[in-house]
Design a protein around this ligand. Structure first.
Ligand code: NAD
Ligand code: DAU
Length: 340
C-alpha cells in the first residue's frame, strides 16, 4: 500500500507515522506537512533513514501543489491529520482554521477523487458534537459545535460525507476524544500542565476547572485509526473514546502530586468563551465492528507521558519559539494571568 499522510509532523500524525512504519515496514509513506508552529521535524527524527518514507513540506490548501503530489505519488490511501487544532487560537484567529480545516480538506478530496484513492480516512474530533451533560454521543448524534475550531471540523465532516454520497469516494471519518502522550505541543492542556509544573510556573485553570474531558492515550488512537483504514466501511463514522473521563482540576492535581509540586501553582483564570463542559462518546460501534477498545489506563498513560516529557526537556524548550511566546503573552494578558 502507498499511503499519503498529511499533518504527519504534528502530535497524533507523528505518532501514527511511527506506529504505521513499525507495523508495516515495507509500505510506502509520503508525509505532507506545512510545518506550522505545531509541526516539528524533530517529532520524526530518524524516519528519513527508513526505506520508502518521504517528507514534503506543503500546504494541503494549495490545489496545484497537492495535485502534483497525488499525480507523482499515486497513493492508494490518504489519512488526513493536517489541521489547525487549538481551540483557544481559533477564538482569536479564525481565518487559517477555515482555510486549512475546510478548504484544505476540499482540495484533498478533489485530488483523491481525480486519482482514484481507495480509502480516504479523515481525522475529525468529538468536539463536533458539542457538550453533553449526561450520557454520551453516538455517531448519528446531531452536530452542535461551540467554537470556530470545532465548527470548521464539523463543516469538513459534512464535505467529506458529501463526496461519498455524491461521487462515491470511499471516505471514512474518525472522531476521537482528547488525546495525550509523547510529542504533544505544550499549548494543549496536559503537556502545558506538565511543562509549567516542571518549571515551577503558574498553571492556568479556565473557570472552575470542573470541565470534563475523556482522555485517550495516543497509541490507542493510532491503533484505532489503522483498524479504520483497513476495515472501516466507506461512508461511515467511527467514534474513538478513551473511556477515562476526568475533570481538569483532577488531572492537574494528579500531575502536581507526581512531580511533588505545591497546589499553590494552580491559578484560576477567566473561562474560555464557549467552553464545552463535558465530552463523552459511545464507542460501541468501533468495538462491535472492528474489535477496538482502549488498552492504556489513564494512570499508566499519564505516567508514561510524564516520563517522556521529563526525558525530553530539550524538545519542550525548542517549542517555546518567539511566535509561540508572543501569542501567549497577548492571550494570557486577556485571561488576566500575570505570571507565566
Ligand atoms: P497538531 O496541531 O499537533 O498537528 C497538526 C499538524 O498539521 C502539524 O504538523 C501542522 O504543521 C500540520 N498542518 C497544519 N496546517 C496544515 C496545512 N494547511 N497543510 C499541511 N499541514 C498542516 O494536531 P494534532 O493534535 O496532532 O491533531 C491531528 C488531527 O487530529 C487534527 O485533525 C485534529 O483536529 C484531530 N484531533 C485531535 C485531537 C487531540 O486531542 N489532539 C482529538 C481529536 C481529533
Ligand atoms: O476533544 C478533542 C479535542 O481536544 C481536539 O479536537 C482538539 O484539537 C484538542 O485541542 C482538544 O481540545 P480541548 O479544548 O478539549 O483541549 P485543550 O487541551 O485546549 O483543553 C483541555 C481542557 O483544559 C479544556 O477544558 C480547557 C482546559 N484548559 C486548557 C488550557 C490550555 C485549561 O483549563 N487551562 C489551559 O491552559
Amino acid at each position: 500500500m502507498k499511503i499519503l499522510i498529511t499533518g504527519g509532523c504534528g502530535f497524533i500524525g507523528s505518532n501514527f507515522v511511527r506506529y504505521f512504519s513499525a507495523k508495516y515496514p515495507s509500505e510506502k509513506i509520503l508525509n505532507v506537512d506545512k510545518l506550522t508552529y505545531a509541526g516539528n521535524l524533530q517529532n520524526l527524527q530518524g524516519m528519513d533513514k527508513r526505506k520508502g518514507y518521504r517528507f514534503v513540506k506543503t500546504d494541503i490548501a494549495s490545489a496545484r501543489k497537492m495535485k502534483d503530489i497525488f499525480k507523482n505519488f499515486r497513493p492508494d490511501a490518504v489519512v488526513n491529520f493536517a489541521a489547525e487544532t487549538h481551540v483557544d487560537r481559533s477564538i482569536y484567529t479564525q481565518g487559517v482554521f477555515l482555510k486549512t480545516n475546510f478548504i484544505g480538506v476540499g482540495v484533498l478530496l478533489n485530488c483523491a477523487l481525480e486519482y482514484g484513492v481507495e480509502k480516504f480516512v479523515h481525522i475529525s474530533t468529538d468536539e463536533v458534537y458539542g457538550s453533553i451533560t449526561r450520557g454520551n454521543f453516538r455517531e448519528d448524534s446531531v452536530l452542535n459545535p461551540s467554537n470556530p475550531y470545532s465548527a470548521s471540523k464539523a463543516a469538513a465532516d459534512g464535505l467529506v460525507l458529501a463526496y461519498y454520497k455524491t461521487y462515491g469516494l470511499p471516505v471514512v471519518i474518525t472522531r476521537s476524544s482528547n488525546n495525550y502522550g509523547p510529542y504533544q505541543f505544550p499549548e494543549k492542556f496536559i503537556p502545558l500542565v506538565i511543562f509549567n509544573a516542571m518549571e515551577n510556573k503558574k498553571i492556568p485553570v479556565y473557570g472552575d476547572g470542573l470541565q470534563v474531558r475523556d482522555w485517550l492515550f495516543v497509541e490507542d488512537n493510532c491503533r484505532a485509526i489503522d483498524l479504520v483504514l483497513r476495515g472501516g466501511k466507506a461512508g461511515e463514522i467511527y467514534n474513538i473514546g478513551g473511556q477515562h473521563e476526568r475533570a481538569n482540576i483532577q488531572v492537574i492535581k494528579r500531575i502536581l502530586k507526581i512531580l511533588h509540586r505545591p497546589p499553590t501553582l494552580i491559578e484560576h483564570v477567566k473561562d474560555r468563551p464557549g467552553h464545552d463542559r463535558r465530552y463523552a462518546l459511545s464507542i460501541s460501534k468501533i468495538r462491535r465492528q472492528l474489535g477496538w477498545q482502549p488498552r492504556v489506563s489513564f494512570e499508566s498513560g499519564i505516567a508514561k507521558t510524564m516520563r517522556w516529557y521529563q526525558k525530553n526537556r530539550g524538545w519542550l524548550k525548542n517549542t517555546q519559539t518567539g511566535a509561540y511566546r508572543s501569542f501567549y503573552r497577548k492571550y494570557y494578558s486577556k485571561l488576566g494571568l500575570s505570571e507565566t
